[in-house]
Design a protein around this ligand. Structure first.
Ligand code: ZN
Length: 485
């Protein structure tokens, strides 16, 4: 007995030793000793130019035929007048009328170009919510240290800041070694096929392969990770896919005074419930492992030990992350019933009952695989399952060990020296997904500080950019262009 106890004690000691050694061996992924990026003298006029851009209501609508494209034309003319050097010295090509592709030819055409993305369409302001804005959404008003307006964060700030950076560099006589491409879409908020889709296809046809691609997506989150006091610069290395399925149950209909044992509504409800009760499995391999790798050494001891010993603690980490909808969304393909439709009259049994279920696919999963799994889970041949709309596969995961990521990392630390850089999974969709064939290095990052409240304003009320952030954005893009040689 004593022998057994001693053996157990030794085993526990061994385990503890492994945990401690793994924790101590953790090396920080953060680049240190990065020189601050050169300041870019951004005049107040830069902010005024952004405000001017916000005043042009380039609103995207789901049905592009309904879009007021006159505003898109106006926006293009506005840029021409606001950035004269860019328009005099860079080549500009237009796609489907309004997608803007600028080319700044590098001195060494043998090098792969750098491709910076942005979009200048914005989501509408929901009718009835105008009154909830502290300042009108399309007035471009500065107040309380913010520039208010739809598009100040998503994504006119990045379009304008990139153009400011290039305009500034042109003014200094700078000429890039690597060709720089700026691609600004006009329909990111409604699928992005006319803008990003068309531009990516044409660049592909020309045989262009990019050193890296940078779009919006991540940001410097000031209240980022529980336990971490520093801001976290989240750089999207992948994005989830999109699939909507329509489930239909067909009944016999008839009078509600003599209902069958199961109605089409009951049948459909049961199918939806099965899907909700059987979520897709959680996996750290969909991109979260990289996040944990980068955060581990920066965390307080308890989390550091857990992150360093995922061979043992992965189930606990997964459980904790899955506890919030936003954490859960980075871990698995999510299942969201969004539309439920059946019946027209209280005394008539409906024939068809239909439900739409929206899935966001984690990298590694496939559209066909999810459809197969949905059919298997429902296991009811009376329910038909069909794909509606255009599904998107999840993107590949870009490797943060690539030199291009390190360049981006260096630039982030040169502008935001306190921020911990970490790769992460983007749960929404960006234009970047259209460009994944052009480069294995596709990143999603908006160089601005934001807290959770600001993030929620993105497609909501009171979208606003802290005025102090804007010079940093311009400085970031100028430094990135200079560093990409
Ligand atoms: Zn956007």
């Amino acid at each position: 007995m004593r022998y057994l106890l001693r053996l157990l004690g030794l085993g526990l000691l061994g385990l503890l030793l492994i945990l401690v050694v793994n924790t101590l061996r953790l090396a920080s992924h953060q680049l240190i000793g990065v020189a601050p990026a050169p300041a870019v003298p951004v005049a107040d006029s830069a902010l005024a130019r952004l405000a001017g851009a916000v005043r042009i209501p380039t609103v995207s609508t789901t049905d592009f035929a309904q879009t007021d494209t006159a505003q898109f034309g106006r926006f293009g003319r506005y840029l021409r007048q606001a950035f004269p050097k860019v328009h005099a010295q860079l080549k500009l090509e237009k796609f489907n009328g309004y997608g803007l592709l600028f080319t700044w030819a590098g001195t060494n055409p043998a090098l792969k170009p750098v491709l910076l993305l942005g979009h200048y369409d914005v989501v509408p302001v929901l009718p009835g919510t105008e009154g909830k804005w502290a300042r009108p959404p399309f007035a471009g008003i500065q107040a309380d240290g913010y520039l208010y307006g739809r598009g100040t964060l998503d994504d006119k700030a990045s379009v304008l800041a990139q153009l400011e950076a290039v305009e500034y560099l042109l003014g200094t006589g700078y000429r890039p070694t690597r060709t720089l491409l700026l691609a600004f879409g006009q329909d990111e908020e409604s699928q992005g096929r006319r803008g990003a889709g068309a531009m990516a296809a044409e660049l592909g046809r020309r045989g262009i392969r990019a050193e890296y691609v940078l779009d919006e997506g991540g940001l410097v989150k000031t209240d980022g990770v529980p336990g971490l006091k520093k801001p976290v610069a989240l750089v999207g290395i992948c994005e989830k896919g999109f699939l909507s399925l329509e489930l239909t149950a067909t009944g016999a209909g008839g009078h509600s005074s003599m209902p069958p044992a199961q109605t089409s509504i009951g049948e459909l409800a049961a199918a939806v419930l099965k899907l909700e009760q059987h979520p897709f499995p959680a996996r750290l391999e969909g991109g979260d492992n990289y996040l944990l790798d980068y955060l581990a050494s920066e965390m307080p001891l308890g989390q550091r030990l857990a992150f360093a010993n995922r061979w043992l603690f992965a189930p606990i980490i997964v459980k904790k992350m899955a506890g919030t909808p936003s954490g859960n969304a980075t871990l698995r393909t999510t299942t969201a019933p969004t539309i439920f439709r059946a019946g027209a009259k209280d005394n008539v049994l409906p024939i068809d009952a239909t439900a739409t279920v929206n899935f966001r696919l984690l990298p590694g999963d496939s559209v066909a695989g999810v459809v197969r799994e949905v059919r298997r889970l429902i296991a009811d041949e009376k329910i038909s399952v069909k794909i509606i709309g255009q599904p998107n596969a999840p993107s590949p995961v870009s490797d943060p060990a690539a030199p291009a990521f390190q360049q981006l990392h260096r630039t982030i630390r040169s502008v935001f020296p306190d921020a911990i850089v970490a790769p992460y999974v983007v749960v929404g969709a960006t234009d970047a997904r259209q460009y994944t064939a052009l480069s294995p290095n596709v990143y999603r990052f908006l160089p601005t500080l934001m807290n959770q409240e600001a993030i929620e304003s993105l497609h909501g009320n009171n979208e606003r950019l802290p005025v102090a952030n804007y010079p940093k954005m311009v400085q970031f893009y100028a430094a990135l262009i200079r560093n990409s040689q």
